[in-house]
Design a protein around this ligand. Structure first.
Ligand SMILES: Cc1ncc(COP(=O)(O)O)c(C=O)c1O
Length: 367
């Protein structure tokens, strides 16, 4: 259609993991275990739920466009000024604002091929030239990314830890990379899985560096268990954040989202429980995958990515698991046809996954 620019016509709609309700209906299954979208299996903190409920009483009013309370709490928690903080509809919402705010004329972007699909969609929709740099051994190749910088480079996007591989780049690599990035180039450091990786000694917490051309993005969708409410946050130099605040949709995040995020941030015992549950679930799954002789990519997140022997096996595995009510993520659409991503679930969900996986692998090996 002539009204639609070619770069938009070429896009395919985002395909999320199958909703559990849809699968249950289609297959007449009672038990559905959804381990496809790296969601927090514990559900939201009770305090966050309560705050969101209270905020619903004001649903007829627009939310505070400055998200003053939430931004003030984030600024205090991370020891920055209010002017260094932005909130939005998920970290992806802020990513979209960043692209809208800073790209102009012949600006180009660089990122890793086959990394976070959300950025890929936004980058394609921007119609800009993007240099996609191949990963090395499932890790970002920061040297190759630095070498790809040219006069038109405006934005570099890095997810650390990465989704869907679960790997992270270490402080020494980041430090030598950032020295090669001119100040006119903006680096988006997407730390959606920060809370899961923060304890790792070599993890480069971007907030430690306070670099003027880096915007850190984090989210309440993962460790804080609020994916459905859509609330993310970012930190950066006042001049960058000030411009983002001019461009962002004024009323994102919604009032219940702001209230829930504020309460979640203050509920430190919930976060501790989430991280403990993730650690123990990760250990159980790694043991079981080892026993089943499945290769995995070591992960610093709340998911584990399996490396299957072929694209066919990965596909068959996901299809057979789906029939048994376990939703996994085949990573073909990310550009990794032999990989399958598994989110760490509740102990009972992990057990069910392991039980079913044993049967399915036996069936596949006979085919
Ligand atoms: C690397 C990465 N960044 C961002 C997001 C999106 O987070 P949000 O829900 O805050 O938009 C995800 C979600 O899967 C992710 O994996």
């Amino acid at each position: 259609m002539a009204l639609v620019p070619p770069h938009i016509q070429q896009l395919a709609p985002y395909k999320a993991g199958k909703p559990a309700e849809e699968l249950a209906r289609e297959l007449g299954l009672e038990r559905i275990v959804k381990l496809a979208s790296n969601e927090n299996p514990m559900g939201p903190s009770k305090q966050a739920l309560h705050a969101a409920g209270e905020a619903l009483l004001q649903a007829h009013r627009y939310p505070d466009p400055a998200a003053y309370e939430l931004r003030t709490a984030l600024a205090a928690r991370f020891q920055v000024k209010l002017g260094n903080v932005i909130t939005g509809s998920g970290s992806e919402g802020i990513m979209a604002t960043i692209l809208r705010t800073f790209l102009f004329e012949d600006d180009e972007m660089i990122s890793a091929a086959n990394s976070f699909i959300g950025f890929r969609v936004l980058a394609h929709a921007s119609g800009r030239n993007v240099h996609w740099i191949a990963m090395r051994d499932y890790h970002y190749d920061l040297e190759a990314i630095a070498a790809a910088i040219n006069d038109n480079t405006k934005i570099i996007y890095l997810a650390n830890p990465d989704n869907p591989t679960g790997t992270y780049f270490q402080a020494d690599s980041f430090e030598s990379f950032i020295k090669q990035v001119p100040e006119r180039v903006l680096v988006i450091l997407d730390e959606a899985y920060f809370e899961y990786a923060a304890h790792l000694p070599a993890f480069p917490d971007s907030m430690r560096y306070r670099l003027d051309n880096v915007i850190t993005l984090r989210t309440f969708s993962k460790a804080y268990g609020l994916a459905g409410l859509r609330v993310g946050y970012g930190f950066g130099h006042e001049a960058l954040i000030g411009n983002l605040l001019k461009v962002k949709l004024p009323f994102e995040p919604s009032r219940p989202a702001q209230a829930a995020a504020l309460a979640a941030l203050e509920d430190s015992s919930y976060l501790e429980q989430v991280l403990r549950l993730n650690d123990s679930g990760m250990a159980v799954l790694l043991d079981a995958f080892g026993a089943l002789e499945l290769a995995v990519i070591p992960s610093a997140t709340n998911f584990i990515t399996l490396v299957l022997a072929s694209a066919d096996i990965a596909r068959l595995l996901c299809e057979a698991m789906l029939k048994r009510g376990v939703i996994l993520r085949h990573l073909a659409s990310f550009g990794w046809p032999s990989l399958v991503r598994v989110t760490v679930g509740l102990p009972t969900e992990n057990e069910y996954l392991i039980e079913q996986l044993g049967g399915v692998l036996g069936e596949i090996s006979k085919q």
